[in-house]
Design a protein around this ligand. Structure first.
Ligand code: RB5
Length: 153
């Protein structure tokens, strides 16, 4: 069973809960990293990093992060080496981010997508395979660039 790490700020709180309850319909299980209330979202960057790290380390198979736009979550998640977070507020990117980018984290904006579209995005993203082939050569270069800047730091 695929295990999914979930996180949100206060803006994504409700949608994150809806997605957590939806995952069993896909035969998957969600681990909720918070937020656990709709109060201050000042710490969402720490939460995004925690979810991202849990995916990169292999504790969870994939991550889903939800804020108002999905932007803050994707920016922070991609700071963790090995993360390939993709902001997908529509279906085309949800599909391509898996086929071409082998995205391991999905981010969405609760202020942009409705509940039903969000569920379709999640379903598409979780069930679409990486196409491999020429895309492997390209995705491997993401890690090469990460190593370059890690060494430079
Ligand atoms: C909160 O107002 C909003 O800034 C946050 O949810 C997110 O969209 C940040 O990128």
């Amino acid at each position: 069973m695929m295990r999914i790490a979930l996180g949100s700020d206060q803006a994504g709180f409700q949608l994150k809960n809806i997605i957590r309850e939806y995952l069993p319909e896909l035969g998957m299980e969600g681990k909720d990293f918070g937020a656990f209330s709709q109060e201050s979202g000042d710490d969402y960057p720490y939460l995004a990093a925690k979810v991202s790290e849990s995916v990169v380390r292999g504790t969870y198979d994939r991550g889903i992060l939800i804020c108002g736009t999905g932007l803050g979550m994707s920016i922070v998640a991609n700071k963790v080496p090995g993360a390939r977070a993709a902001l997908c507020n529509e279906l085309f990117c949800a599909q391509k981010s898996r086929q071409h980018n082998n995205a391991n984290i999905l981010t969405m904006g609760a202020r942009i997508v409705g509940t039903e579209l969000a569920k379709e995005i999640v379903k598409t993203w979780l069930t679409t395979e990486f196409a491999g082939g020429r895309h492997t050569v390209r995705v491997d270069k993401y890690a090469e660039i990460e190593r370059k800047y890690a060494d430079a730091g």
